[in-house]
Write a protein that binds this ligand. Structure first.
Ligand code: UDP
Length: 246
């Protein structure tokens, strides 16, 4: 992008949002028949599916922990999910995203209820538009609840960014690629931070503002996650339709 081009026009972002505004978020729980729990999420241009299996027996067995379940998280970006075809399979980035996403969720899962077991979380990025790790964590959190995995609470995630020296909520692709910073956050409803990353440069004051901005985004996402689960359980009370996933 030409450096003289601005990310704002009359205070409004390139995609029509105000600085503190999220992209539209749509969440549906229980979309996969064969998973124990699942969730589909759209966060702006991101389209992500999460599937949860378990708690179940661990293979290979040497990974078993005698006092708790282990949690595995596999983040995978489909080769068709990005503009420039991504080489299929794991890479450094997907390992990093899987690790930090697992760590974002593990603190709320009551793993000690299930010794020698594993809870497997698969996150598939079908379409990427910046913020895929946050979308994945939001979907995985709902999928875990949908699977009936005992948890202290849900985890909600979104990023703040910095463009033209200004802090914004939930950067989209151009803001992420050509902006000055990106700060993904995940937290519980009572404010415990389970993921905090940052690239780019933020002053102390900007860091405070970015954290506060991302926190407000997480609070909005939490409400949408809760609604998706309530909708899912209302559906369960209705008679099952032919060909339904429920
Ligand atoms: N991206 C891409 N190809 C890749 C990896 C990433 O086009 O191989 C894009 C994709 O849109 C992604 C964005 O770059 O959402 C930002 O990636 P980042 O590593 O910051 O993670 P994210 O913001 O998606 O969590």
């Amino acid at each position: 992008m030409d450096e003289k081009l601005s990310f704002f026009k009359d205070g409004i972002r390139l995609d029509g949002r105000r600085p503190g505004e999220l992209r539209p978020v749509k969440i549906e729980a229980g979309v996969l028949k064969r998973a124990d729990g699942s969730c589909y999420i759209e966060m702006g241009g991101n389209k992500v599916i999460a599937a949860v299996y378990g708690p179940r027996e661990v293979h290979p067995r040497h990974l078993q922990k005698v006092s708790r379940a282990i949690v595995r998280y596999r983040y995978n970006m489909a080769s068709f999910s990005v503009e420039e075809r991504k080489r299929p399979g794991p890479d450094r980035r997907s390992h990093e995203v899987s690790k930090v996403s697992r760590e974002a969720l593990e603190p709320v899962i009551l793993t000690h209820y299930f010794p020698r077991s594993v809870i497997d979380i698969f996150v598939e990025i079908l379409q990427a538009d910046a913020g895929t790790r946050t979308a994945g964590i939001n979907a995985a959190s709902v999928a875990l609840a949908d699977a009936g995995v005992p948890m202290k609470c849900l985890v909600s995630s979104c990023a703040a960014g910095k463009v033209d020296g200004q802090i914004i909520l939930d950067p989209m692709k151009d803001e992420d690629n050509f902006g000055e910073g990106d700060m993904p956050l995940a937290m519980t409803p009572d404010g415990e931070v389970t993921l905090l990353q940052a690239d780019g440069r933020f002053t102390v004051e900007e860091t405070r503002e970015a954290l506060e901005t991302a926190r407000k985004g997480c609070e909005q996402i939490y409400e949408i996650q809760k609604k998706a689960l309530i909708d899912r359980y209302s559906r369960l009370e209705e008679p099952e339709e032919e060909g339904s996933n429920v």
